[in-house]
Design a protein around this ligand. Structure first.
Ligand code: F6P
Length: 549
């Protein structure tokens, strides 16, 4: 059995929870005018305001003791120094080396990986410049107008999210597209707008065994060769992978392969050559600014005391709600339309990392680990699911993220957007008391009977926790800081929960069963090999396909 619950800090937190669970943040703010100053941190332009949480100074002390007793600092140092902390895959975890902007070496098994990392960055720089400048010529001599990244999971979500987030920094007329889903609609609809002679495909797969990516790449290859012939492949396909043999087997010239390493986890790989579509879209200077932002957060994570360490604080608050308040989800709410990919990106980063039920030693955990992550940009989410955040029965902690300056400053859009951000966190914290609600209804001209009837519906309990992350503007550096902040938050939580945050065995079973079901769908043979529901679905599919249902 896991040992977390035996830590003295955990036991103290259980007692402390009982003592403060019913405190209202409204009162905590009223009692302490310095609460914002006491519970906020900044790094460069980034402010983390965590004062609207159900905590007191004692909570923070106890949570930091928990982090110390769980040896967060020791594990952090193991990660940065290249120890093989991903034990089920026997791998180091070194996405931080990809954005190591210092001159210092990073060692894996006694070998400095930085020369290879820097060589890969140089290769990315040369290639992305060529494509953007029109010097990468297609098979019929025309320059490339559209790049299609074919990948899924970490080989899609990170680069897609960043490319979209940095739209104001796009430097050229080259369109960058992302195809991930095995659903043929995704590839067909993307290709429909493209011309073979001016299209370039990046097949992005660390393993180069992922079914979706290989099938999508095969479809794209056929589309290209039908129009331009087999010889065109070399000019129109490049690959990002750790599997050189499979890349060559697919027919891609090894000279057009960009290397990643087994010590880069898929969901932590946007900083690597997996970021090639980002570099094509925004240029290498901006890609490097993204790396520098992440490096600044790495330095902060490595050096700031736990009490002042942003990723540590975010992680501890997440644990406070997941394990003591029984919160089973949390919301990520970017108040920036260009960051609309962030919740989906964090779903993989967080849920694939923390969706674990056994400890690093394989013992069952007897506490909650990773919550469900969801979100939408504000203000859209306000008109969709915020009702539940305000008045629903579950407690849903939320991170609000916004930027002071807009890239689109016309009119009042941005001030209105931010007024909504701030107002939502205030409303979630304050709520609306029965007395205030009664006064409001009276002012609206309602009689006593009608007021009594409506009152329970317009009272807001409040006391709903939020973190506010406010930056100057969404740019490569601030985005790098933001993403690294969440990566390290996830890491700290994994250490405290005693889980391996870097494997993902949970996605394997479905893949295997799909491979077993596929022949039954393709060859018309009834199976009877599965449970009655799965067999029933297969049979009904076949009847529909045969027109007999
Ligand atoms: O979904 C499982 C997974 O292994 C992810 O962790 C990974 O990001 C994704 O598949 C894609 O893997 P690859 O880059 O090897 O195609």
């Amino acid at each position: 059995m896991a040992s977390l619950k035996n830590l003295t800090a955990w036991k103290a937190l259980e007692d402390h929870y009982r003592a403060i669970a019913n405190l209202h943040m409204r009162d905590l703010f009223a009692e302490d005018s310095g609460r914002f100053d006491g519970f906020s941190l900044s790094l460069e332009d980034m402010l983390l305001d965590f004062s609207k949480n159900r905590i007191t100074p004692e909570t923070l002390n106890l949570l930091c003791s928990l982090a110390r007793q769980a040896e967060v600092e020791g594990w952090r140092d193991k990660m940065f120094s290249g120890e093989r902390i991903n034990t089920t895959e026997n791998r180091a975890v070194l996405h931080t080396a990809l954005r190591n902007r210092s001159d210092g070496p990073v060692m894996v098994d006694g070998v400095d990986v930085m020369p290879e990392v820097n060589a890969a960055l140089d290769q990315m720089c040369r290639f992305s410049d060529k494509v953007r400048d029109g010097n990468w010529i297609g098979a019929d001599g025309r320059p490339i107008t559209d790049v299609v990244n074919i990948g899924i999971g970490g080989s899609d979500l990170g680069p897609a999210m960043v490319t979209e987030a940095l739209t104001p920094f796009h430097q050229s007329g080259v369109g960058v597209h992302f195809v991930s889903n095995i659903d043929g609609a995704h590839m067909a609809q993307t290709l429909a707008g493209l011309t073979p002679a001016t299209s370039l495909f990046i097949v992005a797969s660390k393993t180069f065994t992922t079914q979706e990516t290989l099938i999508n790449a095969t479809t794209a290859r056929k589309w290209l060769t039908d129009a331009l012939g087999e010889n065109a492949v070399a000019r129109h396909f490049v690959a990002v992978s750790a599997n050189a043999d499979a890349v060559t087997g697919f027919g891609i010239d090894p000279d057009n392969m960009f290397l990643i390493w087994d010590w880069v986890g898929g969901r932590y790989s946007l900083w690597s050559t997996i970021g090639l579509p980002i570099a094509i879209a925004v240029g290498m200077d901006n890609f490097e600014a993204l790396l520098e932002g992440a490096h600044a957060m790495d330095r902060h994570f490595q050096t700031a005391p736990l009490e002042e360490n942003m990723p540590v604080i975010l992680a501890l608050l997440g644990i406070w709600y997941a394990d003591f308040f029984d919160a089973q989800s949390y919301a990520v709410l970017p108040y920036d339309q260009n960051l609309k990919g962030l919740p989906a990106y964090l779903q993989q980063a967080d849920m694939e990392s923390s969706g674990k039920h056994v400890t690093r030693d394989g013992e069952p955990v007897d506490y909650a680990t990773g919550p469900v992550v969801f979100g939408e940009p504000g203000t859209n989410g306000q008109h969709a699911f915020y009702q539940l955040l305000h008045q629903g029965t579950p407690l849903v902690p939320a991170d609000f993220i916004g930027f002071a300056e807009s890239h689109y400053p016309d009119g009042d859009h941005h001030a209105i957007l931010l007024s909504n951000f701030f107002a939502q966190t205030e409303a979630l914290m304050q709520g609306r008391t029965a007395a205030d609600a009664r006064a409001l209804l009276k002012k609206a001209g309602l009689g006593r009977k009608e007021i009594d009837k409506r009152l329970p519906h317009v009272v807001f309990g409040g006391n709903r926790p939020t973190n506010s992350i406010l930056l100057r503007r969404l740019d490569p550096r601030s985005l790098g800081m933001l993403v690294a902040l969440y990566e390290h938050k996830i890491f700290v939580q994994g250490v405290i929960w005693e889980i391996n945050s870097f494997d993902q065995w949970g996605v394997e079973l479905g893949k295997q069963l799909a491979a077993a079901i596929l022949p039954a769908l393709k060859n018309g043979k009834e199976t009877g090999d599965h449970d009655s529901s799965t067999d029933g679905l297969i049979a009904h599919y076949k009847r529909l396909m045969a027109g007999t249902s």
